[in-house]
Design a protein. Structure first.
Length: 80
């Protein structure tokens, strides 16, 4: 049986460092899309703490704020 780790942080205090899965969830995308965004520079690189990769929540906020707000997707059919 796998036990889930219980956080001792108050619910009102978000952790500063997030795992890859948590970071993807935090910005609202799947892990594959998050990896793509890290690779192309839209999201920050992680910090390495011993053998663990951790994303800084504050840097995720800054990168998210810098994303283009244009929600209109370019559709090739629009030009016809």
């Amino acid at each position: 049986m796998v036990q889930k780790r219980v956080s001792r942080l108050p619910l009102s205090l978000a952790p500063r460092g997030l795992s890859r899965v948590q970071a993807a969830e935090y910005i609202g995308v799947g892990v594959t899309k998050f990896d793509e965004m890290v690779d192309d520079g839209r999201m920050p690189q992680p910090k390495r703490i011993d053998g663990r990769l951790v994303w800084d929540r504050v840097k995720l906020d800054e990168a998210f704020d810098a994303l283009d707000d244009d929600t209109r997707q370019k559709n090739e059919w629009d030009d016809l």
